[in-house]
Design a protein around this ligand. Structure first.
Ligand code: UDX
Ligand code: ADP
Length: 471
C-alpha cells in the first residue's frame, strides 16, 4: 500500500514527538496528529514554539521545520482517519482505577474507543498501528472490533511500540537502537509491515528494523520497560546496603557496570523511578502473569515496584529523621518536580509521593522546577486524594525563581537532576537558609566538596551513609 497520509490519534508525549520526526524525515507524506483535547492541539499549533504542550530538547526545531508543510495538528479526528491510509493509535493506557484488575491492569478504554471510531469512519482499507504500550494480545481485541463492526474495508493491525525516553525523545527517534514492527505473518500482514518499514527507512538503516509477529512485538515492549525498571530498583536496593556498610554506591555502580555483560547504563541510584511507563507496565506484566497462573513470575516482577515505593518513602522519612524527628511547620525546598530532567512530564514522579509524606507531617513544601507549572504540581498532589485541595494549597508553595523558593528553608531536597541546579550559587542559598542547613541530594548531582566549603551544611546523598554529618 502506498502511504500518502498518516493519521495519529493522540498528541501526547509519544504521538507528538514521534509524528514530528516521521513528518520531518518523510516530507512527501502528510502527517495529521489529532486529539480530542483542544487546548493541547491549540498549543501544538501555537506560533510561539516555546508554548508547545511538551518540553523536549530539539522538538521545537523539528516542529518548526515540518509544521504546516506536511505536519498538521487538528481536533478533527474523523476527517484525518478518513484521509489516511495508515493510522497510529497513540492514546493513553493508564493503570485501571476500577473494576477487575484495578490498580494493575492497563485501562484500554481509550484504545477501544479509537478502534471503534476508526471502524465507523473508514471507507477504504487501513493499516492500524498500535503505538501505545499495550498488554500482549491487545491487537486481537482491536482486530475483533474492526472486523466485526465494518466488513466493507480491510484492516491490517501492526504493533510498532515506541522506545523513546522522555527528555531525549528527539535524539532517540532520530537515532534509535532499533525499530520494532510486529504484524500478522500473512501476505496482507507482511505487506502492511513493509509499508511501515518504508516509512522508517527514510532515516533508519534497514538492519536496525526488526520485524516479527504481533505478540512478540507487544510483549517485547512491556518487558523492555520491565528490564530497565528492574535495573533501577536493583541499584536502588543497594543504596541502603551501602549506607549500612560504608560502601559507595557510585563506586559499586561503576565497578559492576564495567563488566561488559552488565553494562554501565541505567545504574544511577535515585529516589525512585517515575514516569508514565515503568510502574504501569510492570503492574500490567504482573497482572498478565497472575491471570495466567504464573504466580512466581508475578511476584518476581512485582518486587521491582515494591522496591521503588520503598526507596521514595525511605527518602522522605530520612528527611524527617534528620530534621530532629519533626518537620511540622518547617519549610522544605524541592529542587525539581518532573520525573526526570529535560521534560515537563510529572506522571508518577517521586516528587508527588515524597511531598505527600512531608505534608502529612505538616511541612511546607516549596517547589521550584524549571518546566513544571504550579497548576500541574497542585493537580498531581490533589490526584492522590490524601487531603482536601484547600489543605494541600496551604502547605504547597511555588515561585518562579529558585532562590526565592529556597529562601528560609530548613532543608532542600534535590528531586530532579536538572543540570542548572549544579551551577546555582550555593553560597547564596546557604546564607538564606535556616540553620542548621540540610541538603538531601536524591540524585547525587551536587558537588560535595563545593558544599563542604560553604559552611555547616549537612549534605546527605545516596552515595554513602553520611546523614546528619556536619561537613
Ligand atoms: C522509559 C524507557 O526508557 C523508554 O524506552 C520507554 O519507551 C518509556 O519508558 P522514560 O520513562 O521516558 O522512558 O524515562 P527513563 O529514562 O527510562 O527514566 C525512567 C525513570 O527512571 C526516571 O524517573 C529516571 O530518573 C529513573 N532512572 C533512570 C533512575 O533512577 N536511574 C537510572 O539509572 C535511569
Ligand atoms: P503518552 O505519554 O502515551 O503519549 P499522553 O497522555 O501524553 O500519553 O497522550 C495521550 C493523548 O491521547 C492525550 O492527549 C489524549 O487527549 C489523547 N486521546 C485519548 N483518547 C483519545 C481519542 N479517543 N481520540 C483522540 N485523542 C485521544
Amino acid at each position: 500500500m502506498n502511504i500518502r497520509t498518516i493519521c495519529c490519534i493522540g498528541a501526547g508525549y509519544v504521538g507528538g514527538p514521534t509524528m514530528s520526526v516521521i513528518a520531518q524525515k518523510n516530507p512527501s507524506i502528510k502527517v495529521i496528529v489529532v486529539d480530542v483535547n483542544k487546548a493541547r492541539i491549540d498549543a501544538w499549533n501555537n506560533e510561539n514554539l516555546s508554548k508547545l504542550p511538551i518540553f523536549e530538547p530539539g522538538l521545537a526545531e523539528v516542529v518548526k521545520e515540518a509544521r504546516n508543510r506536511n505536519l498538521f495538528f487538528s481536533t478533527d479526528v474523523d476527517s484525518a482517519i478518513d484521509e489516511a491510509e495508515m493510522i497510529f493509535i497513540s492514546v493513553n493506557t493508564p493503570t485501571k482505577t476500577y473494576g477487575a484488575g484495578k490498580g494493575m491492569a492497563a485501562d484500554l478504554q481509550y484504545v477501544e474507543l479509537c478502534a471503534r471510531q476508526i471502524s465507523k469512519v473508514s471507507k477504504s482499507d487501513k493499516i492500524v498501528v498500535e503505538k501505545s504500550t499495550l498488554p500482549v494480545k491487545t491487537a486481537e481485541a482491536i482486530k475483533d472490533i474492526l472486523a466485526n463492526t465494518n466488513t466493507a474495508v480491510n484492516f491490517e493491525v501492526l504493533s510498532n511500540p515506541e522506545f523513546l525516553a522522555e527528555g531525549t525523545a528527539i535524539q532517540d527517534l532520530i537515532d534509535p537502537d532499533r525499530v520494532l514492527i510486529g504484524g500478522d505473518q500473512t501476505e496482507a500482514g507482511l505487506n502492511a509491515i513493509e509499508a511501515l518499514v518504508n516509512i522508517y527507512t527514510a532515516w533508519v538503516p534497514e538492519d536496525q528494523i526488526i520485524t516479527t509477529n504481533l505478540w512478540s512485538s507487544e510483549l517485547s515492549k512491556l518487558t523492555a520497560n520491565a528490564f530497565l525498571a528492574q535495573r533501577v530498583s536493583s541499584i536502588n536496593a543497594l543504596t541502603e546496603l551501602c549506607e549500612s556498610t560504608g560502601a559507595n554506591i557510585e563506586d559499586v555502580a561503576q565497578a559492576i557496570g564495567s563488566d561488559s555483560r552488565i553494562g554501565p547504563k541505567f545504574l544511577k541510584a535515585s529516589l525512585g523511578f517515575g514516569g508514565s511507563c515503568f510502574q504501569k507496565d510492570i503492574l500490567n506484566l504482573v497482572y498478565i502473569c497472575k491471570s495466567l497462573g504464573l504466580n512466581q513470575a508475578a511476584d518476581y516482577w512485582e518486587q521491582v515496584v515494591i522496591m521503588n515505593n520503598h526507596q521514595r518513602n525511605r527518602f522522605a522519612h530520612q528527611i524527617v529523621k534528620s530534621l530532629h524527628g519533626t518537620v511540622a511547620a518547617k519549610k522544605i525546598g524541592f529542587l525539581g518536580w518532573a520525573f526526570k530532567k529535560d521534560t515537563n512530564d510529572t506522571r508518577e514522579s517521586a516528587a508527588i509521593y515524597i511531598a505527600d509524606i512531608l505534608i502529612e507531617e505538616r511541612a511546607y513544601v516549596q517547589v521550584f522546577d524549571p518546566k513544571v507549572t504550579l497548576l500541574q504540581i497542585r493537580s498531581d498532589l490533589n490526584g492522590l486524594n490524601t487531603r482536601s485541595e484547600t489543605e494541600n494549597d496551604k502547605f504547597l508553595v511555588n515561585h518562579s525563581d529558585p532562590y526565592e523558593t529556597l529562601n528560609g528553608t530548613h532543608a532542600i531536597a534535590v528531586i530532579t537532576e536538572w543540570d542548572e541546579f549544579k551551577s546555582y550559587d550555593w553560597q547564596k542559598i546557604y546564607e538564606r537558609m535556616q540553620k542548621p542547613a540540610f541538603v538531601f541530594d536524591g540524585r547525587n548531582i551536587l558537588d560535595q566538596k563545593k558544599l563542604e566549603s560553604i559552611g555547616s551544611v549537612s549534605y546527605t546523598h545516596l552515595r554513602a551513609h553520611e546523614t546528619g554529618r556536619n561537613l
